[in-house]
Write a protein that binds this ligand. Structure first.
Ligand SMILES: *Cc1c(COP(=O)(O)O)cnc(C)c1O
Length: 376
């Protein structure tokens, strides 16, 4: 059996090595390292894949989120509603801009922001909702867009973990996550479903005016070279990463299918096991399984984590401390929040290896060891 890893980017690279190597050399030969053909073509190809009007590449997913909030004109004193059960980047960028992140509860099944909790957290200062499509499952975008319309709020989707997820609305229309709200943000961090060989990110929107502003902000607020209209930042996807991502984008659907297949196999292996809840999949979305995350009840999660490690099976706790309990947010009144579902999940989730190269021999081993522990 091949050694187990949370994600196996090396084997994945070897499958497309010839093409990737040629693309990287092509960039070196072109000497066009910043911007240029590869970056522009990648942006166009990702927009076509997502059926959205504009994709603006940037340096990483965190920048994408920050630029999105800047483009919407959010400023100190404004509030954005976000889940606490997420990766820190989602909420850190708000705090960085002096915006107050208002943490709300997630849905116990989908791990994503609870629409009813959003409604209750709205104040006159609320400007935007930032749902996170956690682990690759979409938030309830139909309800969230309804709330946003009623209260005239912006929606910024944190799509770092769910690129390629198809979300079906009740009228039958289908949209990719990250193209439903005003702005969608994604990350090409190497372990993400569409991973670069370094850092990368992108911002998606169907709004022409916002696209122009986003492009400007990501490039020092430049309207044309050396004319700076707004305060911006310097956030670029480099050409080498773009060249690699163009190749990997062609395989994205196949990569997603491999992840779903692995998830199906785990589901079967764990079905009917007491104390183990397999990931929920709403029928209206294509869960892209950035993570395969179990909820354990009555099973000592931390002991299991150590037991698996001793059996050479990596597992991860995403995330061991929710945002509202981070020291970073003490000054934002983090301690005043009561988010029992978030705390409940934080103590019970465990993520198993899932990636495009996982085989059934490896999965059989993981399943049998995990069940040997829980059935002791
Ligand atoms: C990875 C990730 C980010 C940040 O992306 P980077 O490219 O690492 O900056 C933001 N939000 C979520 C939910 C993520 O998983």
């Amino acid at each position: 059996m091949r050694p187990l890893q949370m994600v196996d980017t090396l084997t994945q690279y070897h499958r497309i090595k010839a093409e990737v190597d040629a693309a990287v050399i092509g960039v070196m030969e072109s000497s066009q390292f910043i911007g240029g053909k590869e970056v522009n073509s990648f942006a166009e190809e990702l927009a076509a894949y997502q059926h959205c009007k504009h994709v603006i590449p940037c340096a990483n997913g965190t920048d994408a989120l920050q630029i999105a909030l800047m483009a919407l004109g959010l400023k100190a004193g404004d509030e954005v509603i976000t889940p606490s059960f997420t990766y820190i980047a989602t909420v850190e960028v708000a705090a960085l801009l002096g915006i107050k992140p208002v943490f709300v509860e997630v849905d116990r099944q989908s791990f994503c922001i609870d629409p009813d909790a959003i409604e209750k957290a709205i104040t006159p200062k609320t400007k935007a909702i930032v749902p996170v499509h956690l682990y690759g499952h979409s938030a309830n975008m139909e309800k969230i867009m309804g709330i946003a319309r009623r209260h005239r709020l912006f929606v910024v989707e944190d799509n770092a973990q769910a690129i390629g997820n198809d979300y079906t609305f009740s009228d039958g229309s289908v949209k990719k996550t990250g193209t439903i709200g005003d702005i969608g943000c994604t990350s090409f961090y190497p372990s993400k479903n569409l991973g670069a060989f370094g850092d990368g990110g992108a911002i998606s929107t169907n709004n022409d005016a916002l696209a122009g502003l986003i492009r400007m902000i990501a490039s020092h607020g430049q309207s044309k070279r050396y004319y700076h209209d707004v305060v911006g930042c310097n956030s670029r996807l480099d050409a080498m990463q773009a060249a690699i991502l163009r190749i990997k984008l062609k395989h994205l659907n196949e990569y997603i299918d491999a992840r779903i297949q692995a998830a199906d196999y785990y589901d079967k292996g764990f079905s009917g096991q007491k104390g183990i809840t397999v990931p929920f999949r709403a029928s209206n979305n294509r869960h892209v399984f950035h993570q395969y995350t179990l909820i354990l009840d009555g099973i000592n999660r931390n002991e299991l984590h150590e037991y698996l490690a001793a059996e050479h099976i990596p597992s991860m706790i995403y995330y061991p401390v929710p945002a509202h309990r981070q020291k970073m947010f003490e000054s934002f009144g983090g301690a005043n929040y009561s988010l029992p579902v978030t705390d409940w999940l934080t103590e019970r989730v465990i993520s198993l290896p899932i990636h495009t190269e996982l085989d059934t021999e490896q999965q059989d081993y993981i399943i049998s060891k995990l069940l040997a522990f829980t059935n002791r």
